[in-house]
Each structure stands twice: as C-alpha cells, then as structure tokens.
Design a protein around this ligand. Structure first.
Ligand code: DGJ
Length: 740
C-alpha cells in the first residue's frame, strides 16, 4: 500500500508534505467545521460536522469526547450490512470494492477551500476521489465523487466496470431526537412538508420521473438534530442534491449510535458502464449547518444560491404578465398587444407569451400538436415575432416567449422528419401523455442537442429584442429507451448530461437572457438546473391560499428571487376558490411578483389596485429578492395565520408579511414576534398595499428592533374594512420597516 501523501496546494502550487502521522483533515467555513478521517491504508471516514471549533485540536478533542468515525464513502462488498455509497461490478465479475486512502490534497479557491481524498482499491484498478468544497461565507460545503476506472499502480489492467451505485456523498447522524423534513407534493401541490422523527430502519425519498425531478418528492432535506424542527433555534443540517435528474435520498438507522444519510443519482435501472480510463463524476451534494434552526439553514442556502449557483442572483427580476391563464392557447396579435399595453399601464416591465403561438402544418390549436415546430403560427400571428417584439417596445415593456424544446408531438413536422429523435423503447408501441400525442426528445443524442440549441438560437438571434424565455417540460420519461445509446441503463444520466451541455452552449452565447425553468409547474425547482436558469415557476396552482403552503416549502432551499409568483383571477382556475385581490397581491409579492390573468376582464378598480401593488412591490423588491428570510409562523402549525419576513443584508429595511388562513369566529391569532432586525435600531413602520379605511395603530410609528423582536405588533383589525366592499374571509398585511 502506498504511504499517505498530503499535498497542500497554496496559490495553485501543490506542495507535498509528509503526513504519515496526519490522521484527520478539517474543512472550515466561517461558522462550521467538517472533520474527516484520512488514515493511510484505511477507508476515509467522517468524524464531525457541525459548528466550528479549532481544527488544530479537533482530532484530539473528538477522540477524548468519544466521537466515532463513520465511513465517508462506504463501498459494497466487504463490510457486511452497510448501505453503500458506491457499488461496482469489476471487469471480472467481482462485486466488491476495497477503498483505501492514498492521498489528500487541499487548495484554496475563490469562495473557500477544496479538499480531495483519493482512495484506491487494494487489488483492482479502481480509484475514487471524494471531493469537498467549502463556501466559507455561506457556510455551505459541497461533496461529490469521481470514480476512475484505472490506476497506474494496479497489478490488474482495467476492463469495463459497471457502477451499480454511485452516490454523491454521505453524512453520519448521531441518533437521538433527530427529525427530518422532506417534501412530497404533486402537480398543483408542490413542496408539501413531511416532518417526522428519524426512526430505525431505512427511509428513502426518490424520484424517477426522468425529466421533472421536483414535481413530487424533492431532492432536499432538513435534518433537525435537537428534536422537533424549529424555525429560529436548534441545530439543523440542510442537504440539497445539485442534480436535475432522478435521485435518491436515504436514511439508514440501524441499531447503532450513528445513522447514515446518503444522497445521489437514483440507482434504479441506471447501472453505468465505465470503460477503461474513464472517470464518472457524480453530481454534487450541498449541505449546510446552522444552529439558528430551519430558517438559519435556508438563509445559508439562499445566500449561496444567489451568489454561486443560480443565474443572475444579483440582478433584480422584472414584474411580468404571463399570458397562460389569460388566454391559454388562444394566442392572437390583438390579444397579445392588449395584454402588453395593460401590463405596461399597471407598471409591469415584461410580457411573456406562453404556449399556443407556434406551428405550421400542425399548428398548436390544441395541446396535441406542434411541439417541435418553433416558428410562429401565421394564422394567429400574421406579422411574426418581430412585430410582437416591436409592439412590446412601443408599450415600454420587454418581450418573453414560451418554449418546450425537449418535447414533440406525433402531430408535428419535427416528428415526421425525425421519428428516431424521441425516447422510445425498441419493439414497443409509443407511449404518449399530454394531448395523447406528446413525446420526449432524446437529449442523449447529439443531433437532438444541436436541435434544442438551435430552437433558442434561432428565436433569439432572429429577434434580439426577446429578453426572456420560459422553458417548459411537461412530460415524464414514459418510455425508458434511447435509439441512440448503446447502454440503455445510461439514459437517466445521459439525458441530463445532454441537456446540461446544451444549456452550456445556450448560456455561452446568450449569457444575459432571463430564462425561467418550468415543468408542469414546479417540476424543476432544484439546484441542479438553476445554474442555467434565473427562476422557476413554483406551481401551476395560483390559488393564493395554497400558494402560501407551496411557497413556504419552496423557501426552505430556494430564495424568493427564484420563485415566480403570480396574481391570478378568481374563482381560481385550479381550486375554484375566491380570495380577495388584496390577498392575492400580498401572497404574490412575497416572491418574484408577476401576473397570470386577462387584464381585459379586470375592472378599473382592480387595475388601479394592481398598479399600486406593483409600485409598492418595487419599493421592497431589493429586500425580498436579496434579503434574508425569517419564517415566523408556519401555515402548517394550524394557528390560523402564517407570517414571514425578509430583512435587508445591512438590516436597514425589512418587509413583513402576515396572512390570515382561516376565518373562525373567536379564533385567537398569535401576535407575531419579528426576527433578524438590529435590536438597537429604530424602525419606522408603514403598511403597503393598504386597503382599509383606517390605518393600523403602528402606521408611521417607530419601534426599536428589540421591541419588535421581543413583542411584535398587533395585526389589527384582522378583517379588512373597506368602503363599499363586503367583508371577506381573507386578510393580509405587508409592512415595510425602515430604520431611521
Ligand atoms: C405548464 C406550465 O406550468 C404552464 O404555466 C403553462 O406554461 C403550460 N404548461 C403551457 O402548456
């Protein structure tokens, strides 16, 4: 066995150092520490992850305190009943892997440090690099694995090996009173929180949709280490897989002090053939620790995401009108033109023409035709896209457009020309879903990748005035088959790799485009896709009441700037509920505000109200989009209200939201204590989107941050009192706090 080599890389230069005696290595962020065990000739381990302490004494302190190491990347075959992170069939059929540490490398990067632990199999020519990268200021650590088929020192020459499992990473959890909060939703009810104690046994969260990996269960989890989750206290680890494809999160809790958490690509039907000399790199798993409860972890993820992991995380998003719920597929020049004029008159900045604008021979009159034929339907749009872009300009708004480039219909010119471009299992009849004709294109095929690139390229290069794209994806991989790939089990991975490299090309050519990811609503809300996208459509459910729940769950890992949240018509198209316009505005303006409505059907009063709401939103937009979130009262707690606030990074301003969820006579709503303010500053309070005849008692008054955080203010009255308007179930308040 090689001796352990420790390489310290300073300013990009590798400095080998003798480290035979070094058995641990630490990775720090500003407030957290990860301690790994790296004993030469043994498998790598994890000793500690939590609040920071002196790395120099870490190993001794942990040993004295009786902390035990757990496998950092457990391998299948030689250690009995462990849940493996990696499982390989060697070229000769042997199913075991025996990883032993041979080197540790450390280096600085712009945002923190990286650490690579290299292990080799003791016999077979397999090398695994477990990589860790810290984001110091955001208290986030990423980990991923690089599995190499080959090493120079092995006595065996490499042949093709099969990766049966190739998870991204694992974390040991000291059992006790540990709770997990995962999310399981459905279309129209995304991000539903599922909170439960970690009990003995194996618990799995996975998604095998292939295309929309966050429609149902989500690839993120909050792990509360000190009992039932609380928003503002207790130690919490949040973990999010940076992957848009199928995934699996696993908790394994046997009869021992430590449970293990693993996350990575879902291994179902995804064994990967790795040829000699090839390297497989897993997606990264990002995790963050905070002792400020769930909201603390959310703030870390939001800051990290805005700075490092999403597109344009430091650029304010525009207020837009999307045409979908307004006209559905009945796109026409007059309808689009009127909508543009209307959103401009309400203070909006962007108009997005949704589905229904394209197609020739198979024009998109219904949802069963035209996908793939990305040129304007000349019946609906006789003057083409250029005319619409110019009209938008004349109204003073930007123009955006909907596409669904990974899909086609059997009723399309694209499918007629390239029937072999779709996902299809040989010898089977095609399986269709939406419209009875929709099919998924095979993104693993380079010819399809070129086509998808050309969809965006043609539209935007022909119409440089288009500044926004809504990129939709409305179908599951129904048929697990590729007419291009040699190994069918590679499909779930290669689809995503193909999509990612296509998105790379698009972003290289169009870095400034704003692109929304949408997948039948919130089906693509994940940190795997956001590097190429500016935001996601949270849900097709635009009902304000249910949106409070959906957006609450989404905010666990995603910042408000990424969450498209639109004011829509009542009765709501999905749940048929009638809420007040004030309530709808106050919910939508807690995310990236937009409208999803036919303005032609609005009264003048409604338009005026929305104009006011948009103007008020612009006052708080930097706080909402770049501030820190503090979730105050959860809608899941059954207290009849929900409340949260955003606080500007310098704590000079804050936006406070309060929504009444139930109207029960004699209900007692809690007075909400605020969070995140500077205790020693005075904050002047003013209500936004005010509708009531009389102002609240706090209007224009100042309070210390300490008072607001210790006591809060009464939200009264809880029923809006508006001249000439019947009282309703729905009440909400948005308060702006400005320090003096
Ligand atoms: C699903 C999306 O979620 C909707 O917003 C809309 O764009 C439709 N697709 C259009 O077909």
């Amino acid at each position: 066995m090689d001796k352990l080599t420790c390489l310290i890389v300073a300013a990009g230069i590798m400095v080998p150092c003798s480290a035979l005696s070094q058995t641990t290595v630490s990775l720090d962020t500003d407030n957290t520490t990860l301690v790994l065990e790296t004993v030469s000739g043994k498998a790598p381990g994890i000793l500690y992850y939590g609040s920071s302490f002196d790395s120099a004494v870490a190993a001794a302190t942990l040993a004295s305190a009786g902390f035990k190491s757990s496998p950092a990347y457990p391998a299948f075959g030689l250690s009995g009943e462990v849940e493996p992170a990696v499982s390989i069939t060697q070229a000769d059929g042997n199913r075991t892997l025996d990883l032993r540490v041979i080197a540790v490398e450390e280096s600085d990067w712009e945002g923190g440090r990286t650490l690579v632990i290299t292990s080799r199999d003791s016999y077979y020519p397999v090398t695994v690099r477990n990589c860790f990268r810290s984001f110091s200021r955001e208290d986030v650590i990423e980990t991923w694995a690089e599995i190499v088929n080959g090493n120079t020192s092995s006595r065996k020459s490499p042949g093709t090996i099969v990766l049966n499992r190739y998870m991204s990473g694992t974390l040991p959890l000291r059992v006790g009173n540990v709770w997990t909060t995962t999310q399981y939703g459905s279309w129209g009810d995304e991000s539903r929180l599922v909170c439960e104690p970690l009990t003995r046994g194996i618990r799995m969260v996975k998604n095998v949709d292939g295309v929309r990996n966050s429609q149902t269960s989500r690839g993120e989890v909050m792990i509360s280490l000190d009992g039932k989750p609380r928003e503002d206290s207790g130690r919490v680890i949040g973990a999010a897989l940076e992957w848009g494809g199928n995934y699996q999160l696993e908790f394994r809790c046997a009869n021992s002090d430590y449970a293990s958490f693993l996350a990575g690509v879902c291994p179902d039907n995804a064994e990967y053939y790795l040829e000699a000399g090839e390297t497989f790199r897993t997606p990264a798993l990002a995790y963050s620790f905070s002792d400020e409860g769930l909201s603390g972890v959310s703030r870390n993820f939001h800051r990290w995401g805005r700075k490092w992991r999403m597109r344009h995380g430091d650029v304010e998003r525009k207020v837009l009108l999307n045409s979908w719920e307004g006209v559905y597929l009945d796109v026409s020049e007059p309808a689009m033109d009127n909508m543009m004029a209307d959103i401009a008159s309400m203070g909006g900045e962007l108009f997005v023409m949704d589905d229904g604008w394209f197609g020739g021979k198979y024009a998109r009159k219904k949802d069963n035709s035209g996908l793939g034929d990305w040129f304007p339907d000349r019946e609906k749009l006789p003057h083409g896209l250029g005319w619409l872009v110019r009209q938008a300009g004349s109204h003073g708004v930007d123009f955006g457009i909907w596409i669904e480039p990974e899909m086609t219909n059997s009723l399309s010119e694209l499918y007629e020309a390239h029937p072999d471009w779709v996902l299809h299992a040989a010898n089977r009849t095609p399986v269709y879903t939406r419209g009875g004709t929709q099919l998924v294109l095979d993104m693993s095929n380079p010819a399809v990748q070129d086509f998808v690139f050309s969809v965006v390229d043609n539209i935007v290069s022909d119409n440089p005035g288009i500044t926004y794209i809504k990129w939709d994806a409305n179908m599951t991989m129904m048929e697990y088959g590729s007419l291009y790939l040699k190994h069918q089990s590679h499909l779930a991975v290669e689809y995503w790799r193909g999509l990612e490299s296509t998105l790379d090309r698009i972003r290289a050519k169009y870095p400034d485009l704003t692109i929304q990811t949408c997948a039948s609503g919130g089906g693509r809300a994940n940190w795997g896709v956001l590097p190429w996208f500016d935001e996601f459509w949270v849900s097709d459910n635009t009902d304000a009441l249910q949106r409070i729940f959906i957006q609450w769950g989404s905010s666990y890992f995603f910042p408000a700037i990424a969450m498209a949240s639109h004011i829509s018509v009542v009765p709501n198209h999905q749940v048929h509920r009638t809420t007040s316009l004030k309530f709808r505005c106050d919910v939508a303006m807690s995310g990236r505000l937009g409208m999803e409505i036919q303005p032609a059907d609005m009264t003048q009063w409604e338009k005026d109200f929305c104009r006011g709401a948009i103007a008020d939103y612009k006052r708080i937009r930097p706080i909402v989009q770049f501030g820190d979130i503090y979730r105050l009262v959860s809608p899941y707690d059954g207290l009849g209200v929900a409340s949260l606030m955003y606080v500007a990074q310098d704590k000079s301003r804050a936006a406070f939201y309060w929504w009444r969820l139930e109207n029960l006579y004699d209900s007692r709503y809690p007075r909400v204590r605020m969070r995140g303010l500077d205790p020693d500053r005075q904050y002047r309070v003013s209500e936004l989107n005010r509708i009531d005849k009389r102002p609240m008692a706090c209007e224009g008054k100042s309070f210390s941050g300490r008072f607001l955080m210790e006591n809060g203010i009464e939200i009264a009255p809880v029923v809006h009192d508006v001249e000439g308007m019947p009282k309703s179930d729905w009440a909400s308040r948005v308060l702006l706090l400005e320090s003096e």
